[in-house]
Design a protein around this ligand. Sequence first.
Ligand code: NAP
Length: 270
Amino acid sequence: MTTIAILGAGKIGEAMLAGLLAAGRAPESLLFTERYPERVVELTARYGVRGVETDEAAATADVLIVAVKPQDIDPLLHSLSWSIKPGTLVVSLCAGLPTALYERHLPAGTPVVRVMPNTPILVGEAMSAISAGSHAQPEHLQLVEDLLSTVGKVVRVPEAQQDAVTALSGSGPAYFFYLVEAMIDAGILLGLPRSVSTELIIQSAVGAARMLRETGEHPVALREAVTSPGGTTIAAIRELENHAVRAALLSAIEAAAVRSAELGKAHNGA
Ligand SMILES: NC(=O)c1ccc[n+]([C@@H]2O[C@H](COP(=O)([O-])OP(=O)(O)OC[C@H]3O[C@@H](n4cnc5c(N)ncnc54)[C@H](OP(=O)(O)O)[C@@H]3O)[C@@H](O)[C@H]2O)c1
């Protein structure tokens, strides 16, 4: 059976570990690394998975899932550069780190797949976009797609589109949280208790999201269905248009992509 090691079992790494186990993967086929012994003990007690040193993970595993913060990547790549087994698949969950960075530091021919997940991975509802590095083959992409499907949905994109993905689904949950926060405030403005306003908006968000996913209808069709002539919804939509909310979203997401590209440049020459 394929052995998978998660390097850096913080928030994202732990969610990956939990997702793989929930999908039926045997604990003996998983390993993880962590910096602090207390965290190793905690995770082993919770999941029955063994915590090991990076060298052992690199020498044993067939797949290494890198989930450290981007600023911690250099020492990790240094130790992997001499300890990794030939042919090991490296899967990077690190925002903004190009596959070329790994390829420069790891033995020639190492297959690398870059992933941009998002925080709903913590509840098994991630949106992950995956891109092949120059040595990753279709079977590597398929394996990564299967692994990430245990914690949400997966799309394949060329690596050049990862800045757009970062801006759209990477940061996307934050835009929805922002919108929900503003709508809860609107309820307060109208005199509703905060708890009631919060419940109304969160359930409306969940309901709207499920309708989008489960009906397969275009968002315009779903909105038109609740926009009756001379009614309440169209009165609200006129205000959204007056305040150029659509244009603001286009500019906001474009700004996020520009920023992602700027941050990525720091690693491109590294
Ligand atoms: N959170 C998000 O929304 C999100 C979304 C998409 C992608 N990502 C990416 O996912 C990665 C992980 O993010 P996170 O939020 O899960 O961060 P995190 O909670 O800080 O997890 C990283 C973990 O790795 C450990 N670590 C660092 N260097 C290590 C090493 N050499 N060996 C073993 N363990 C090591 C850290 O230990 P210490 O606590 O000692 O530092 C920490 O527990 C990042 O690269 C991020 O870009 C995150």
